[in-house]
Write a new protein. Structure first.
Lengths: 43, 109
């Protein structure tokens, strides 16, 4: 069982770093539920 | 962190229980990562948003930290994240979030 199994993930991405959808993709099969994913940008 | 996302974090912690929630950051600079990590552990340092004075103490990690990386799909990591890992400074980002987690998180993985 992975460390994230059963956890609720809040993904706070950044446009100039790693964006929310990219984090969703890599963690989708981690056993955790992705509650929300956002991508902020600083302009 | 923008006010809408602070509210979403607060709502999720209330709904699911703070011990069950893990925040993963994708910040590009260490200073920003530290502020985000502080916001979800000790509360909003700018005292502007819903998490001002609300020390949730959530488990918080940067996507580049080993604990998260080892749970990620390796093929998708190559496809989605490996390039940003070369451009950014993963060690500095991981250290910044780890430091704040050690100071402010009540929960860890």
């Amino acid at each position: 069982m992975g460390k994230l199994e059963g956890k609720k993930l809040l993904l706070l991405g950044e446009r100039d770093g790693v964006a929310g959808p990219a984090m969703e993709e890599v963690l989708r099969d981690s056993g955790a539920e992705i509650v929300f994913s956002a991508t902020e940008c600083f302009v | 962190m923008d006010l809408e996302n602070q509210q979403r974090v607060k709502d999720a912690a209330e709904k699911y229980g703070p011990e069950n929630v893990v925040v993963v950051l994708g910040s590009s600079d260490a200073e920003g990562a530290e502020i985000y990590a502080e916001t979800v552990t000790k509360g909003d340092p700018t005292f502007a948003g819903p998490l001002a004075g609300v020390p949730l103490g959530l488990a918080v990690y940067h996507i580049f930290e080993e604990e998260i990386r080892q749970e990620a799909d390796p093929a998708k990591w190559e496809e989605q994240i490996a390039m940003m890992e070369m451009v950014l400074d993963p060690d500095a980002l991981a250290q910044a979030v780890k430091r704040m987690r050690e100071e402010g998180s009540k929960y860890t993985l």
